[in-house]
Write a protein that binds this ligand. Structure first.
Ligand code: BG6
Length: 490
């Protein structure tokens, strides 16, 4: 018996970005400073320190970023200047046949400080123009409201998401967007990778890790407030835009036990729960039973307001979206594993059976099929792959061509596994490749960690013409989209 590996009609093929990583124009038309405008890049930084800021922001760095005389280079303030190139870039996306484009609205363009009562009209107008350009090409916008870019003033003046007031600021922002764009945007995501607060609380919930005596409490209190804010936004979205679809968005890594020892499996399951707890709350509408022990063991006591649980229960998300880049393995005793290399970011153990990208991420297409099945089994809600991609160094040949076969291979292998998952019965309605045009890396703030099908002539220190050119993968993805995922040949 064979089961159909075909993508459903109307499948949303496209690409995904975030305002802070591509727009640039950080201080144009009234925009305020966001948490991401604080990251610096210095060409002399040794490779092993690239992730330092991402995993541990300092007070001094935040202060320096607020100083107008700072001489540091802040790559996310420059992006690839999509702000001034968006018509050209969207025409290139249309040339690939994009059905959808995932992007975020920079909160700081709409509410520059975050706590204003009235929005900034120039910011609202910019996104009107972006959505109009997308729609004129028949591209469906899919919008993240918060993608690592909350207003910096909400961190410095309000201490971030652990402060309940931030819920109100966010809901005002979300409601303003729903009202303004109700005729243009149907698909929304409330928080990008909401489960990553455990790795980088500064950019996720606006909590600076340095010298913080109640870091765990702040992380989870911030997350609770985001759950409530997300549910309130979902409620508002459904009321303002009939037929709208609101999704949660998590970072998903397949986790494998390092050995078949039951202790390794237990460690694996615990790590998976720490991650999936976030989508459990947002998709099911309640805190699962295991969270009581999990939070208590972290010394966390959540402060809930009467009515919070009901808000969560009444307004779960409509679909579950996730990013998938790699997998990792977990050991109950990682410190005893001699010679075992750690997996960057998550602290898992390297898997000897998988290749590794130039940035140390373990490439695992089969893990995507497993991930899709696990998430569908768990939530029984439509799934959307909001990010997947390969960051690599690209070489421009003397004739200007860029032969990124490694990116094509990565994409092909992942699409094949999506086909398998469809045959398994998973309800998958869209796929957006991360960074269809080269953008600044979230983690290392480099642009040389390139994901794009479209090359941007710019280096890690911001030099270059910003001219766009097409890589080999551009033409390949175009063929995939026009065949609705059937033609994966060269
Ligand atoms: C995801 C983020 O974690 O991974 C994106 O949502 C990010 O913002 C992407 O860009 C890839 O990570 P990086 O660090 O290579 O940019």
């Amino acid at each position: 018996m064979t089961f159909s590996k075909s993508f459903p009609e109307g499948f949303l093929w496209g690409g995904a970005t975030a305002a802070n990583q591509l727009e640039g124009a950080w201080n144009v038309d009234g925009k305020g400073l966001s948490v991401s405008d604080v990251y610096t890049f210095d060409i002399n930084t040794p490779k092993e320190r690239w992730l330092d800021q991402w995993l541990g922001m300092t007070h001094a760095q935040v202060r320096e970023a607020q100083d107008p005389n700072s001489t540091k280079y802040y790559p996310k303030r420059k992006g690839n200047d999509f702000y001034h190139h968006f018509r050209e870039d969207i025409a290139l996306f249309a040339g690939m046949g994009f059905k959808c484009f995932r992007m975020s609205i920079a909160w700081t363009r709409i509410f520059p400080r975050g706590d204003e009562s009235e929005p900034n009209e120039a910011g609202l107008k910019f996104y009107d123009e972006v959505f109009d350009a997308l729609l004129s090409h028949g591209i469906e916008p899919i919008v993240s409201l918060s993608h690592y870019e909350m207003p910096l003033d909400l961190v410095t003046d309000y201490d971030g998401w652990p402060n309940r007031q931030v819920v109100d600021f966010y809901v005002r922002f979300a409601t303003t967007c729903f009202t303004r764009y109700r005729k243009k945007v149907k698909y929304w995501m409330t928080f990008n990778e909401i489960n990553c607060v455990k790795h980088h609380p500064y950019v996720s919930v606006g909590v600076i890790e340095e010298d913080n005596p109640h870091l765990e409490q702040d992380k989870y209190q911030g997350a609770h407030h985001q759950f409530v804010a997300s549910a309130l936004a979902t409620k508002a979205c459904h009321a303002i835009i009939p037929g709208s679809q609101v999704g949660c968005m998590i970072s998903y890594q397949m986790l494998y036990p390092h050995t078949c020892h039951p202790d390794d499996l237990q460690a694996c399951e615990e790590m998976q729960r720490v991650s999936l707890f976030f989508s459990d709350v947002q998709a099911h509408g309640y805190y699962p039973a295991y969270t009581e022990r999990m939070l208590a063991e972290k010394g966390v006591t959540l402060q809930k307001v009467v009515g919070d649980d009901e808000i969560l229960r009444l307004h779960p998300v409509d679909f579950v979206s996730f990013s998938y880049y790699m997998s990792s393995t977990v050991s109950a005793n990682p410190e005893k594993l001699e010679g075992a290399e750690g997996n960057l970011i998550t602290g898992g153990i390297r898997n000897p059976h998988l290749p590794t990208s130039q940035w140390g991420w373990q490439i695992d297409p089969k893990g995507l099929r497993l991930a899709l099945n696990q998430l569908y089994d768990r939530y029984q809600k439509p799934l959307f792959i909001a990010e997947n991609g390969l960051g690599a160094v690209d070489t421009v040949n003397p004739d200007g061509s860029i032969n990124d076969d490694y990116r094509i291979d990565y994409l092909r292998q992942h699409i094949e596994q999506m086909q398998e998952a469809l045959a398994d019965g998973v309800d998958l309605f869209g796929y957006t490749w991360w960074g269809p045009i080269d953008v600044v890396s979230a983690g290392t703030a480099q642009i040389s960690k390139r994901y794009g099908f479209i090359y941007v002539d710019q280096d890690d220190m911001g030099n270059g013409s910003q001219k766009r050119s097409l890589k080999k993968s551009y033409h390949w993805y175009k063929k995939v989209i026009s065949s609705n995922g059937q033609d994966l040949t060269d």
